[in-house]
Design a protein around this ligand. Sequence first.
Ligand SMILES: Nc1ncnc2c1ncn2[C@@H]1O[C@H](COP(=O)(O)OP(=O)(O)OP(=O)(O)O)[C@@H](O)[C@H]1O
Ligand SMILES: [Mg+2]
Length: 330
Amino acid sequence: MPSENVTVAPRFHPQMSEQDRKNERRLADRIAAALTRTPLIGKSFVRAAPLHGGKTSTVYKLTASDETLAVLKLAGDIAFMRTEAAALSCWRALGINTPEVLDVGEFSGEPSLPYLLLEFIEGENLLGYLESQTGECKNIQRDLGAIQARLHQFRVQGFGEAVWDGVSFRGTQTSFRAELAESGFEDVLAFARTDGRIEQSDLARIESATRVLESHAESCGTRLLHTDFRAGNILYSPNSKRIYTVIDPSAVVSHPYMCLSYSLVLTEIHGRSDPIHILEGYEQIERVDRSALSAARLLRAILMLRSFGRDKTTSYAKGLQKVIRCETDV
Ligand SMILES: Nc1ncnc2c1ncn2[C@@H]1O[C@H](COP(=O)(O)OP(=O)(O)OP(=O)(O)O)[C@@H](O)[C@H]1O
Ligand SMILES: [Mg+2]
C-alpha cells in the first residue's frame, strides 16, 4: 500500500542561504514522493524529521503509520552506502552493537538518491553525554578502546578503500604505501611543506614511519577499520542492554593503528580526557606495538591536516602540529 500524506521536514539551519533552503526543500519533497511511491520494508513511512548532526550525509528519523521507527541516511554514492551497510552488518555478526541494516538501495530520479535504512536506536549521542560531564569518564574511554579493538578483529585482504564483493571485504590497493598515495598524502605534505609545518628534515622520519608500518602490517595483517571512531559516532543508552552502538563508519581496509591513532590523536587534541584510557581499553583485547603506533600517529596526524588543519591558527591544527613534531606521545 503506498503511503499517503507523507510529511518530510526540510533540514533548515538559521544561517542557511536562500539557495540552500530551496535545495533542502527540494530534497524533502523528493523524499516525500519516494516514500509515497515506495513503501520501504513493506511499511508506510508517513513522517520524516531531520536528525541532529549529519554533516556528510542527510539523516532522517522516519515514523511509520504503525509507529515503527527507522533511520534513513542519504548520500551521493551508492557504493559508499553499500560499504557502510556491509561494514555495520559484519561487525554486528561479530557481536558488536551496530544498528540493524534494514535496507540499502536507490530512489529513482535524476540524479538517483542512494539510501541506507537503519534500525532506530534509542539513545543519546555519546559526545553530547561526555560534554555534559565534568570528569574524564575513564571507564567510558576504556570501553571505547575495547570496542574499537573488537571492530579491528575482522581480518581482510589488501589496503585502502574498502570494497564489499558480497562475500568479504578487500582493499583497492596492494600496499600500505600505495594506500597513502591514494589517500592524498602527497598533497597534504605539499601544502604543509609550503607553509613550513613540515620541513625537509622531517621527510626522513616520515619515510621511516611508512617503512615501520609496512613491515608491521606483514605480521599483524590488515583489518576492516571504522576510520571515524569517536564519541560523536557512538550512541549511548546507559540503561539498556546495548549501552554503546557504533554508527557511521567510513570503512577502509588497512593497518589497524591508522584507525586507533586517529581516535587517540582526536582525544588528545580535544584535551577532555587522557588518550591512555582508550589505549588501555584497546589492549584488553589486543596488545599494541608502541613503535608501530608512534609511526601511525605521525602519518595519521599528517593526513588529519587534510580535513580541518589547513588553517594553521586553529587549536585543532596546533594540536596536530604538536603530534607531528612528536612533542607529545601516548
Ligand atoms: N541508527 C540510528 N539511530 C538513532 N540515531 C541515529 C542513527 N544513525 C544516526 N543517528 C543520529 O544521526 C546523526 C548523524 O548520523 P551519522 O553520524 O550516521 O551521519 P553523518 O552525516 O555521517 O554524520 P556526521 O558527519 O555528523 O558524523 C548521529 O550523530 C545520530 O545522532
Ligand atoms: Mg557521524
